[in-house]
Design a protein around this ligand. Structure first.
Ligand SMILES: Cc1cc2nc3c(=O)[nH]c(=O)nc-3n(C[C@H](O)[C@H](O)[C@H](O)COP(=O)(O)OP(=O)(O)OC[C@H]3O[C@@H](n4cnc5c(N)ncnc54)[C@H](O)[C@@H]3O)c2cc1C
Length: 326
């Protein structure tokens, strides 16, 4: 009898976990808090951009939906070696060495993309943001070379299709509210009053960024006012459930990727905007000028590096300013 696996969530992590479990012969049910339209979590809001190590064009061609695109022949993809990837990550580590997870990311990212491609998840070069034209060629830079076809929604659609092809099923509007244990071992989940048992439970239900109280608790008062660029559903449920059972705290709760965003955007992202426009809430042209706070003072070096290397930090810098805007 095959093992049964419950996966909580339907974002990239959940769908990849489900695929891996299905590949090894398990029966898999994914449980999603959101209704069908908001399933897929933050994954759907992304550009689907994939940072992974590769040695050259030969590593990329098998990942492309359309390797025959004439632009591919005129592209100079360069390379993004494991050494370069590791160095880029170290630049964000405040002096800490790479963690075990970062090492795995660096060394297994290429193989993971090939594994996804083997399940029909395909990618395309990010011509618009990550390349420039020189002597008739598209020259790529910065290690962020491919994105999922049709961005995050495409990533979700292709992964979900792969999961369903292998027999996985999804239940929407099914928020997991607790873990069921037997002799100290997790053996299922609670969905309100309903109890669902399984041989294994995988929590892949996001972080706590959409939970204002947890943001303040772990990151400080400044973060009350932060807006969330993605789903309203990532309220830390999985983390809280695991911690309640005695799981060890692990990871960097006080740090995050935080981008300068429109002061007047809604509290959460908006999937109703077309994919290319979903990013319009971002305010990331600061490197072309200066950013001033309410006192008319600059507070970061706007040109410290290429925007790709600064924008995820400058959201936090803005939250530290008087009135929390710039
Ligand atoms: C606007 C934006 C752009 C981004 N762009 C990129 C990019 O281009 N490239 C990149 O690599 N990363 C990007 N990211 C980061 C990326 O979205 C996340 O790293 C990734 O989605 C995390 O995947 P996940 O599966 O862990 O979480 P999610 O994709 O957020 O999935 C979590 C899921 O769990 C569900 N859930 C929550 N609680 C429960 C519960 N109690 N019961 C059941 N289900 C529950 C949620 O509804 C959701 O569907 C971006 C993020 C945002 C917000």
């Amino acid at each position: 009898m095959s093992k049964s696996v419950i996966v909580v969530g339907t974002g990239n992590a959940a769908l990849c976990a489900a695929l891996a479990a299905l590949e090894s012969g398990a029966r898999v049910t994914l449980l999603e808090k959101a209704d069908k339209s908001l399933s897929g979590g933050n994954t759907k809001y992304t550009a689907g951009a994939m940072r992974f190590a590769y040695d050259g064009a030969d590593d990329l061609l098998p990942l492309l939906r359309n390797p025959e695109d004439p632009r591919v022949k005129r592209a100079d993809f360069g390379s993004y070696t494991t050494e370069k990837f590791a160095n880029d990550l170290l630049g964000f580590n405040d002096g800490r060495p790479l963690s075990e997870e970062q090492e795995a990311l660096v060394h297994q990212s290429g193989a993971t993309l090939r594994w996804l491609a083997s399940h029909g998840v395909k990618f395309e070069p990010i011509y618009s943001r990550q390349s420039f034209e020189k002597d008739g060629r598209h020259v790529f830079w910065g290690g962020l070379t491919l994105a999922a076809e049709n961005e995050g929604v495409g990533l979700f659609d292709m992964e979900l299709a792969a999961v369903e092809r292998l027999g996985g099923t999804v239940r929407y509007s099914s928020a997991v509210t607790g873990l069921v244990t037997d002799a100290g071992r997790v053996c299922g989940v609670q969905i309100g009053q309903e109890r669902l048992l399984a041989d294994a439970v995988i929590l892949a239900c996001g972080g706590f960024e959409a939970n204002g109280a947890l943001r303040v608790k772990h990151m400080g008062e400044n973060w009350e006012a932060a807006k969330v660029r993605g789903t309203p559903h990532n309220t830390g449920d999985g983390l809280l459930m695991a911690l309640e059972l005695g799981a060890a705290d692990y990871g960097l709760y006080s740090g995050c990727h935080a981008t300068p965003m429109d002061l007047h955007m809604a509290d959460f992202g908006n999937l109703d905007l077309p994919p290319g426009e979903r990013k319009n809430y971002r305010k990331i042209s600061y490197f072309l000028g200066v950013m001033l706070n309410a006192h008319g003072a600059r507070f970061v070096d706007e040109g410290a590096n290429f925007r790709n290397y600064t924008y995820a930090q400058y959201g936090a810098a803005i939250l530290e300013q008087p009135g929390q805007f710039a």
